[in-house]
Design a binder for this molecule. Structure first.
Ligand code: SF4
Length: 435
């Protein structure tokens, strides 16, 4: 009997890396491979590390992970190591000589070379995926790469030009995920608003939503990583009328000041941004908006930062995340803009923005007390059903904690939709009771 190869895959970085890993794993036959959990410490024959190379901290985390496992290899706990993903794509010339314990280095744009290194045929860029975590939601990567050139961002140089995945392939993948118990799909990309331009000559996010809405078993579709420039407004009608399309939009805006948006090469103005937010709220009543902002970008003086705070006060985003600008080598910004704002000042601005957002988030939550919601139960924790309505995205937003008092078998509700009444609110989470 040929013994199975014991393999472990460690996935770092964003949900797009999770999807890549799940596609890769789906091509490894159970007859030849035995899978060891990401957190496990048991010895393995083969270790794959899917890395992130986006910004400083993420790069450091990937390097630390590689070095730690290089050490485990010396202890005989790991046989062969292969590294792929954004860090090795970005530093493929430097890394091999720096960490010779790694047996093979691969990029981030194609997965099949990793399969071939494992001696496996198959196409990891197809529509199959092996779920790493049994959750009722899954990420659907609708495209890869980005054609924009935001001055602070290294992603286009890592992931290449925008490539949409055909609608038929995504529908097939969605059907496979639904068959595995998935109820909610999160549509992810570097820029989901560009979807279809390369394949169909037009923005086709709306068409994709229509097609995915037909997939049996999928009850929710959620859009992430949209861009304000060229936003396909035909999607708004679908959000407002198709019960499967969440009234939720993740749209990183990064800033509002014309001066800073120009320096970022975002190709939108503050006025355009405001009008788009107003249109979203007008055409999709009750929509929850998630955005991301960058503070401390070159060109952001006190006046520009004050303008950002005023905009956040006015727009009242239900969800907002923020980062301090960090100069990324190889970007236009690193070559042409002076990163002159002291780290302490960047941190002060970040704290001020997140303090403001915390109070807005609490007020938005408090306004929902007494209302009802349809909740997808993700898990059971401490006797509570942990779930989300269409207004909460997993892993980035708050949760709805539902008492399971009086429920004979609360575990059976995991992965199902339940109706609840919101009974309490805090900064990010809500409490509720079953109706
Ligand atoms: S849209 Fe801008 S920030 Fe987003 S991946 Fe593309 S270049 Fe980077």
């Amino acid at each position: 009997m040929k013994s199975k190869r014991k393999i472990r895959v460690i996935t770092l970085g964003c949900s797009k890396n999770d999807v890549d890993t799940e596609h890769l794993l789906s091509c490894l036959p159970d007859s030849d491979f035995e899978f060891s959990g990401e957190e496990s410490d048991e010895p393995v024959d083969t270790l794959l590390i899917n890395t992130c190379g986006f910004i400083g901290d993420a790069k450091q985390e990937s390097i630390d992970c590689i070095l730690a496992n290089a050490g485990r290899k010396k202890q005989g706990k790991v046989g062969k190591i292969a590294v792929f993903g954004c860090l090795s794509q970005r530093y493929v010339r430097e890394l091999p000589s720096l960490i010779p314990e790694v047996d093979a280095w691969f990029g981030a744009r194609r997965l099949n070379p990793v399969l071939r290194w494992l001696g496996v045929s198959g196409d990891a860029d197809g529509s199959t995926s092996r779920r790493m975590k049994p959750q009722p939601y899954a990420y659907l990567k609708i495209s890869e790469g980005c054609n924009r050139r935001c001055s602070y961002c290294a992603i286009p140089s890592i992931r290449g030009r925008h490539r949409s995945v055909p609608i038929e392939t995504l529908v097939e993948e969605a059907a496979g995920l639904a068959a595995g118990g998935v109820k909610e799909l999160l549509l992810i990309a570097q820029d989901s608003t560009w979807y279809g331009l390369d394949l169909y000559g037009e923005r086709a996010l709306g068409r994709l939503l229509d097609a995915l809405s037909e997939v049996e078993g999928i009850g929710r579709l959620r859009i992430h990583y949209s861009h304000p420039d060229g936003f396909p407004v035909d999607v708004l009608g679908r959000m407002a009328s198709n019960p499967k399309v969440c009234r939720y939009l993740d749209i990183p805006l990064q800033h509002i000041s014309d001066k800073v948006l120009r320096a970022m090469h975002r190709h939108v103005s503050g006025a355009w941004t405001r009008s788009l937010v107003e249109r979203l709220r007008r055409e999709v009543p009750g929509v929850a908006l998630r955005t991301t902002m960058i503070v401390g970008h070159p060109g952001e003086g006190e006046a520009e930062f004050a303008e950002l705070l005023d905009f956040v006060k006015e727009a009242r985003f239900e969800r907002l995340g923020a980062f301090s600008y960090s100069e990324e080598e190889g970007t236009w910004g690193a070559a042409h803009l002076a990163d002159s704002i002291p780290a302490g000042e960047k941190q002060r601005r970040l704290d001020a923005l997140m303090d403001l957002q915390r109070s807005i988030s609490r007020e938005c939550n408090e306004a929902r007390v007494g209302s009802t919601a349809r909740v997808l139960v993700d898990a059971l924790g401490d006797g509570l059903l942990v779930g989300r309505s269409e207004f909460e995205s997993p892993e980035v937003d708050g949760e709805i904690l539902v008492s399971s008092a009086g429920v004979a078998d609360p575990g059976a509700l995991v992965g199902t939709f339940i109706d609840v009444r919101i009974t309490g609110a805090d900064d990010y989470d809500l409490t509720a009771q079953l109706i």
